[in-house]
Design a protein around this ligand. Structure first.
Ligand SMILES: Nc1ncnc2c1ncn2[C@@H]1O[C@H](COP(=O)(O)OP(=O)(O)OP(=O)(O)O)[C@@H](O)[C@H]1O
Ligand SMILES: [Mg+2]
Length: 234
């Protein structure tokens, strides 16, 4: 079966004006469709950079990247199905949601832009799928709790029925009790939608709770791939 994601010697370099930073160094991994894969390691090891490449946000890379058998092209935004198949949820829902747009507008706009009929109904279904009541639709993000905001960000990522959901520290800005709720929601949605998850977290317990396998990164390198028993062991 085609892998949901395949990275082959992915490298990303940044230049900060004084020297070269090798943020990702020849990282290779393969994620089977329908599984949850974790990426963990210390701050600055390159986790978000990997996700940003896969999300099509970071375009300056070398190596090979393919999602569901479709190759990416370095320097180019993913197009067509690839653009819809891969969606990302960011760490801080406050920063990723427009502060003055209502939740309804935040959810309906991507649908309208993508020419999807019946935006109002699809947006309402997405809210229900993440366990939010319909009466929050007219509110702006500041009138929601942190957990509710992250649910809206997840609902937005689900609108285009992605096959691969990228999650960059999706719970680290939330209270402990809310963290578990959001992780459980993500696992339920994965099962309901048949998605593949790629979850970045610095928290090994979070990775072990959610993931079937994971990669440990350090200084831009993938040091080890851990299977389920290895994850549970620590
Ligand atoms: N746009 C950029 N310009 C220059 N350097 C960058 C840029 N983005 C990331 N870096 C550098 O690349 C390295 C990897 O950063 P990255 O954000 O991927 O780490 P991370 O593992 O996600 O860390 P954290 O756990 O703190 O989120 C770091 O040294 C970072 O400073
Ligand atoms: Mg990061």
């Amino acid at each position: 079966m085609t892998a949901a994601l395949e990275l082959d010697r992915l490298s990303v370099h940044f230049y900060n004006g004084r020297h070269d930073i090798a943020a990702v160094r020849e990282a290779s991994l393969s994620i089977a469709a329908g599984t949850s894969f974790g990426l963990f390691g210390p701050s600055g090891c390159g986790k978000s950079t990997v996700l940003r490449v896969v999300a099509g946000i970071e375009l300056g890379w070398s190596g090979q990247v393919a999602a569901f058998g479709t190759p990416y092209r370095a320097g180019q935004k993913p197009q067509g199905r690839l653009r819809r198949d891969v969606q990302m949820v960011f760490q801080d829902p406050y920063a990723s949601l427009h502060p003055r747009h209502s939740i309804r507008r935040t959810l309906e706009e991507p649908l309208i832009v993508n020419g999807i009929a019946d935006a109002r109904r699809v947006a309402a279904e997405a809210l229900a799928a993440v366990g939010l009541p319909p009466d929050i639709a007219p509110r702006t993000p500041n009138a929601l709790s942190g957990g509710q905001r992250q649910r809206v960000a997840i609902a937005r990522a689900l609108l285009l029925k992605p096959r691969l959901l990228l999650l960059d520290e999706p719970t680290s800005a939330l209270d402990m009790s809310v963290q578990a709720e959001i992780l459980n929601l993500l696992m339920d949605l994965k099962a309901a939608y048949g998605m593949t998850l790629l979850l970045v977290s610095h928290d090994r317990d979070v990775i072990a709770h959610v993931c079937d396998s994971a990669a440990r990164m350090r200084a831009g390198l993938i040091e080890a791939i851990l299977d389920r028993p290895a994850l549970a062991a620590v």
